[in-house]
Write a protein that binds this ligand. Structure first.
Ligand SMILES: O=C[C@H](O)COP(=O)(O)O
Length: 241
């Protein structure tokens, strides 16, 4: 069954996302980019609010921007962490650099590797290389997202078939395939049929822009849409319309 991940920037938003039915809480500061890192005190507040009702992932920003001043304790209560690989495509040694960045995170947090579908804009490594490298860091999931949040969606960069091939590559190494990138309920059927295990959203559940507050009702509606596509026949029907 596909799961819904909601990216939040505060404890209040985390509560709204959980009340709306989010399966995963992802901590991210949307004004700082696609994988913008929030402040560690925000991580702590959110982890305390979630109280293990859902797994919590933390976005750590782009590896190319350098690491924050995080101690091992900072990550307490987080299940997963993810770094972005933007601006590393020209760097021949990017796999070692990226692995070293993840080494600074305690082993208690599993690793999420991230591939940006708007690869040229992100100047990130290609998917096949990201999948290959993700084995080196024992990533439990690979997120396919967009780097530039300018209204273009994941499907402006990948067709359903390309996304299906990508999720297949990810699943072939035993990792979870998570998909984001300005997805709305209009994209859910396509993403599910393409094999996404997790759908990651923020903009679609905000009242207005991506930096506005999360609306519990919008989360609830999105979750209901996702559940309605749970049966395979519903998905095929939705894709045909
Ligand atoms: O982790 C996924 C992103 O937070 C998705 O955000 P977005 O729906 O605004 O593109």
């Amino acid at each position: 069954m596909t799961q819904l991940l909601v990216s939040v920037r505060s404890a209040i938003e985390a509560e709204a996302a959980l009340s709306g039915g989010a399966d995963w809480i992802d901590i991210k500061e949307p004004t700082r980019g696609s994988l913008g890192a929030a402040e560690p005190h925000v991580w702590r507040e959110i982890v305390q609010t979630v109280e293990q009702r859902a797994p919590v992932s933390i976005a750590l920003g782009e590896i190319s921007d350098g690491a924050g001043a995080w101690g091992p304790d900072t990550f307490r209560g987080a299940s997963m962490v993810k770094y972005g690989l933007a601006k590393l495509s020209d760097c021949t040694d990017w796999m070692s650099i990226a692995s070293t960045a993840y080494d600074r995170v305690p082993d208690s947090c599993s690793r999420v590797a991230v591939y940006y579908a708007d690869e040229e804009r992100a100047r990130c490594p290609p998917l096949a290389d990201v999948v290959q490298w993700s084995k080196r860091i024992s990533a439990s999931a690979i997120l396919i997202d967009t780097f530039v949040k300018d209204g273009r969606t994941l499907f402006d960069f990948l067709s359903i078939d390309q996304l299906a091939a990508a999720t297949q590559q990810i699943r072939a190494i035993g990792a979870i395939a998570a998909c984001g990138g300005s997805l709305t309920k209009l994209h859910f059927a396509a993403a599910i049929v393409a094999g996404a295990d997790v759908l990651a959203v923020r903009g679609a559940v905000c009242n207005g822009r991506r930096t506005s507050a999360i609306d519990q009702q919008l989360v609830r509606q999105l979750k209901a849409t996702m559940n309605s596509f749970d049966g395979e026949s519903n998905v095929s029907q939705a894709c045909a319309t």
